[in-house]
Write a protein that binds this ligand. Structure first.
Ligand code: DQA
Length: 145
């Protein structure tokens, strides 16, 4: 399986950004670990982090016909980007949404995801481990098809 990993705004600052909420591991640590997991599963992983909505949308469009599924942490775009939601609806690739923190235990504006209705499911509040569980679940889903 070929998976596209997308990380949205501010996730480039993992490790230094609000470590009490997001932990002390960096984005590089995360991608290194997930690449190993993908290798172990016999697949490949491409990673893109962007602070720009349009860059994420272009990456979702390009994934069609190239990747089998998408893993995304849309950051704050989760809560208001109808454009990212429409991009997922347009390409119809199996997608899992990940949040490092338990968004439901935080501010009210983080409780709602406009992306959730167009993805397979969400992994929320498990820290960086959540990406690994989500990746394993996504690969299983792709291989069952
Ligand atoms: C986040 C939660 C969002 O509310 C926040 O804006 C982020 C990170 C998470 O991974 O917990 O940037 O998606």
């Amino acid at each position: 399986a070929s998976v596209l990993l997308l990380n949205g705004p501010n996730l480039n600052l993992l490790g230094t950004r609000e470590p009490g909420v997001y932990g002390s591991e960096t984005l590089e640590d995360l991608v290194t670990n997930l690449s190993k997991v993908m290798e172990e599963l016999g697949g490949s992983l491409e990673h893109i982090q962007s602070n720009h909505e349009g860059v994420l949308i272009d990456a979702i469009h390009r994934a069609k016909g190239v990747h089998d599924g998408i893993l995304i942490n849309p950051g704050a775009f989760t809560h208001y980007s109808y454009a990212i939601r429409d991009a997922f609806a347009s390409v119809a690739l199996p997608t899992i949404e990940v949040h490092i923190s338990n968004v439901h235990a935080r501010e009210e504006f983080r409780h709602h995801s406009v992306i959730a209705p167009v993805v397979v499911g969400q992994v929320v509040g498990l820290g960086l481990d959540g990406y690994e569980w989500a990746l394993r679940a996504l690969v299983r889903k792709i291989e069952k098809k």
